[in-house]
Design a protein around this ligand. Structure first.
Ligand SMILES: [Zn+2]
Ligand SMILES: [Zn+2]
Length: 328
């Protein structure tokens, strides 16, 4: 199967994908965490600092770059001394589906959920919800096995090199505050995508991602250790290894698709070089819906719940169960 991969085309598609370019602007861990904080109502410098425990200069730099991207708008809330609150913009709110996919993933597979809401309640229907990725065209839940891919490199993005520097590794558990974001870094997401595109061998991955052997070997080892990849011996050639997705990495689909879609539509204004095609025959455009009422989720209609409130929120089906108890 893997022999059928067009390595040259895959390399070009990955390099010009809205995913790798999107990860270049948003994939850095602190940036993601500052953004996640926005959706939990953080607006002031001190609030982020307290919640994330990051150095002042790093936070100031991230707030500046998010401002330059049009994702946070500083507005003074105090004049003497002058202090700003940072408000989300329409472009930020369009990232909500992606943020929901991060929460959903972290809840299922993350190692720590400190700082994340323990449950989400949909104000529209009153139920506790699981953010669910669905196809905009047919409404069916997304399933990676019911999705094909078409590769169409985007010339405008091929000319620019995505800003994928060395992602700093923040050891898990180094501070109790760092779990507002995704444990998975941008290179892991690109490696997962390359495997989805049919690259299962070391040399294929190294070529399509343009990563040197020693760095790639380290990354693959880390991903196998953390359960994001499975490494098997190739049945046809015992010296070669095959890298495959695991349930945890397959579940990153929502995050990957939502980020690519946001980056293409709201930032680069370019189509995606990796076009997912749903089994219904339409291009797969993500819609994140409430698992209970199936309505698209909007930030102002979802309440993050913590502690007691999360324990008390109704799970889908609880209401009818309660009604049955009442009438019994
Ligand atoms: Zn569909
Ligand atoms: Zn609902």
């Amino acid at each position: 199967m893997s022999t059928a991969v067009d390595i040259g085309l895959t390399r070009q598609a990955l390099a010009s994908s809205t995913l790798s370019h999107g990860l270049g602007i948003l994939g850095d861990r602190w940036t993601v965490q500052v953004l996640m904080g926005t959706f939990l109502g953080l607006k002031r410098f001190e609030q982020w600092q307290q919640q994330l425990g990051l150095p002042r200069s790093t936070l100031a730099e991230r707030l500046r770059s998010l401002g330059a991207l049009g994702l946070l708008q500083p507005r003074p809330y105090q004049t003497r001394p002058l202090r700003h609150a940072y408000h989300p913009t329409a472009k930020t709110l369009a990232l909500y589906p992606q943020v929901l996919m991060i929460w959903a993933w972290e809840k299922r597979w993350g190692q720590s959920d400190v700082g994340l809401p323990q449950a989400l309640q949909h104000r529209r229907c009153g139920h506790r919800l699981t953010p669910t990725l669905a196809c905009q065209a047919c409404g069916e839940d997304a399933d990676i096995t019911r999705m094909g891919l078409r590769l169409e490199p985007v010339p405008a993005l091929l000319k620019v090199k995505p800003r994928l520097g060395r992602a700093p590794r923040i050891p898990v558990g180094s501070t109790p505050h760092v779990s507002l974001g995704l444990r998975v870094d941008r290179w892991s997401l690109l490696i997962v995508t390359a495997v989805v595109l049919g690259c299962h061998h070391f040399d294929q991955l190294s070529h399509v991602l343009g990563i040197g052997p020693s760095v790639l070997a380290r990354r693959l080892e880390g991903m196998v250790e953390s359960g994001l990849l499975r490494c098997d011996a190739d049945r046809h050639d015992g010296r070669r290894r095959l890298y495959r997705l695991t349930p945890a990495s397959r579940d990153l689909l929502g995050y990957i698709v939502c980020l690519s879609s946001w980056a293409g539509q709201h930032h680069f204004k370019q189509p995606s070089a990796i076009v997912p095609i749903h089994a219904c025959g339409h291009e797969f455009k993500p819609r994140v819906v409430c698992s209970h009422c199936r309505e698209p989720l909007l930030a102002h209609e979802v309440t993050p719940l913590y502690g007691q409130a999360a324990a008390q929120a109704l799970e889908p089906g609880d209401r009818s169960a309660l009604a049955e108890v009442a009438t019994a």
